[in-house]
Design a protein around this ligand. Structure first.
Ligand SMILES: C[S@@+](CC[C@H](N)C(=O)[O-])C[C@H]1O[C@@H](n2cnc3c(N)ncnc32)[C@H](O)[C@@H]1O
Length: 237
């Protein structure tokens, strides 16, 4: 291993350790720290993702950064099998309680940048919600690119990737678009993109639906766009 690679590998270990510690601290302070179960905005965001799935059934979904499993539970109702990964053991313990007895869901503790999918799973749905900005740090930038490349590789022909990331200002919105563009560089095609607004102000979410090359050839995106449009909360007059 050359010196540059060694430095990158050490920085990744360090950043993974810092993130795990930080997330475990966030989850140990209280249950549902991101208010997935109580915030109308988060409910609207999850509903918009579900709408984007368009009633389709999936063979095997991967959820990256599943936290305490609130959306994992919804995924389990539309996928035969769900692999859900998170860096926080505390969040996963709660996810395990929420999903108790659901044999279709496998919870994995790990850093997505170091999870190399040794058993060669293929996915027809990959969900990345409010996760990529944890990896978008200048010191560990090469690993973000590599991770996106691996995720794109694990997608079946005909598969979908959904990106749903919050932003609070135009600069953050540009960064969220940047995530989607990184996937496009790996051959995925943007099928639709919407902003899910927060009626009480503050953050909104950029919801992007990317299709594998093969899926893009299979049909238009009009219906999906219309459904996404309907799911976006309207601003108060
Ligand atoms: C803000 S929550 C998002 C939860 C959910 N995906 C959503 O859309 O609302 C971010 C989650 O990503 C996890 N996470 C952060 N960095 C990670 C990494 N490198 N690998 C795996 N999970 C990570 C955190 O522990 C946390 O549970």
């Amino acid at each position: 291993m050359d010196l540059r690679k060694l430095k990158e590998a050490l920085l990744l270990k360090w950043h993974g350790w810092v993130t795990r510690r930080k997330m475990n601290r966030v989850f140990s302070r209280r249950k549902d720290p991101f208010k997935y179960e109580t915030s109308p905005y988060e409910t609207a965001r999850f509903n918009a993702i579900e709408t984007a799935l368009n009633g389709r059934r999936f063979r095997h979904a991967l959820e990256v950064g599943c936290a305490e499993g609130v959306f994992t539970q919804k995924l389990a109702s539309c996928a035969q099998r769900v692999t859900a990964l998170d860096i926080s053991g505390i969040a996963l313990k709660r996810a395990g309680e929420l999903l108790k007895g659901n044999s279709r869901v496998e919870l994995i503790e790990g850093d997505i940048r170091e999870w190399f999918n040794a058993s060669n799973r293929r996915f027809d749905l990959i969900i990345l919600g409010d996760i990529l900005y944890y990896l978008d740090k200048s010191l560990v930038q090469p690993h973000l690119k590599e991770t996106i490349g691996r995720l794109a590789d694990w997608l079946d022909d005909g598969g979908l990737i959904i990106l749903a990331h919050a932003f609070a200002n135009p600069e953050e919105l540009a960064k969220r678009r940047g995530f989607r563009e990184k996937f496009e560089r790996y051959g995925l095609t943007l099928a639709s993109e919407k902003i899910v607004a927060n009626n009480s102000g503050g953050v909104a979410c950029l919801l992007s639906l990317l299709k594998s090359k093969q899926a893009s050839k299979q049909g238009g995106t009009g219906a999906l766009n219309e459904q996404l449009e309907a799911a976006v909360p309207k601003p108060r007059p």
